[in-house]
Unconditional design. Sequence first.
Lengths: 127, 406
Amino acid sequence: MNPTLLATQAADSGTKMSVGDAAIVALVGYGVVFLGIVMLMVILYISGSIFKKRDAKLAAAKAAETKTTPAAAPTAAKDIPAAPGSAGKVKLNGIADRDAALIMAITADKLETPLNELRFISIKEIK
Amino acid sequence: MDILQTLKDLWLDSGFSSFFADGGWKNLIMIIISCVLLYLGIKKQFEPLLLVGIAFGCLLVNLSYFGPDSTDALYHPELWTNFLNPDHADYHSYGTILTHGGLLDILYIGVKAGIYPSLIFMGVGAMTDFGPLISNPKSLLLGAAAQMGVFLAFFGAAASGVFTGNQAASIGIIGGADGPTAIFLTTKLAPELLGPIAIAAYSYMALIPMIQPPIMKLLTTEKERQVKMEQNRVVSKTEKIIFPVIVAMFVILLLPSTAPLVGALMLGNLWRECGVTERLSDTVQNALMNIITVFLGISVGATTAADSFLNLKTLLIIVLGLTAFAFSTVGGLLVGKLMYYLTGGKVNPLIGSAGVSAVPMAARVSQMEGQKANPSNFLLMHAMGPNVAGVIGSAIAAGFLLTVFG
């Protein structure tokens, strides 16, 4: 090995600080983190509100479209064949399809029974 | 041929004889420590993906490095001391490292250049769903509050008079509960402390299920822990695509020193969300993440050569690291409690402790404690918001410390 590479004791990086300086850096640092996060939060709220408005507009347009063709939807729903192995339909009371799917999957997991061997008649949210 | 002389040379050349040389006992202690770390990683499953590599790196360096004369060592601390010394001919000379270094010296170049932590962050970004945070931006505040431990531990370390400002900043960042950020910052500010800081950071992250619950119970009432939170709104695909672009632009403009970490994190997330780069997202989440984890673990472990590891500073780092973790949890919980009061009891303060980053372990702990208080409580998705906010918060904290001390 190159003799000039021989070790020297690893030197400490930087210089020591006074207690006052350390306190100031700590306080300013915590403040900067909050400042950055709050500014980011404001940006997210603004972009979120823009998207919420856009989604509401799209939902309203969709609702208006379905109003003009009211008979089409039930017929289409009736025509959809049940999935293979399906045990029929489940009645949902105030529950979104996505949440119902989640509840059924969790129940099947807890009972350690395949989902297609269970029959759910209705799911109702208890408030 | 002198057989006796040959046998004597063979003995003197072996590592066994080095244990009896001056300071050789320190290597023996480090070998025992590496075996304990291996036990914790394998048997207790404490962050095994990284801890097993770190422990084995520690074992390898202490089996092969007994001082500057160890020509066959896998890692040479003196090469890196010279690399950082502006008065030395080999200052910032990667050529010298490649020419004279061992296997672990060469792998360590990725740590020194800040490549591995950034690439790990890219993988973290590709694996993270920021939906809970986008749907509830208030949870960002919990991610900021949970950086309290970073700055308290920094203050404690600096005020102790034992550590320099750079070293104190590197110790403080352990409280961010974010391994890659801790490694990134320490490599830049206090590379001589990388071994103990990385080991403390990953050990405490693995110990979160033991460290956090007592603090959570101490700072919250049964009634607060029972709070069921309302379901968050559904976030559209477009919002998820725009989010990484907005965060990258904003945070990097605010603190340019965070660019390697935040840029990589958000690029990984954009690949995940944009829907047209599934192959890249999959590679970053799996293959690349695994490869970098191999390199990072073993090369960080290599920095634990006995001479630089076995000292009072390591012990202090371990104590200060635990303090940092504990106070970060306290900071998140206190702001969580404040939100509970301000919202009239709609926010469960337990989600505050998830602000310490450590995705998704800290969120799981919030879920478990919430469910203990109220079995019908599902806090996981609510806790994921502060949890991923903690990643951004710790990156901002690291960026600030890098700007001040870098």
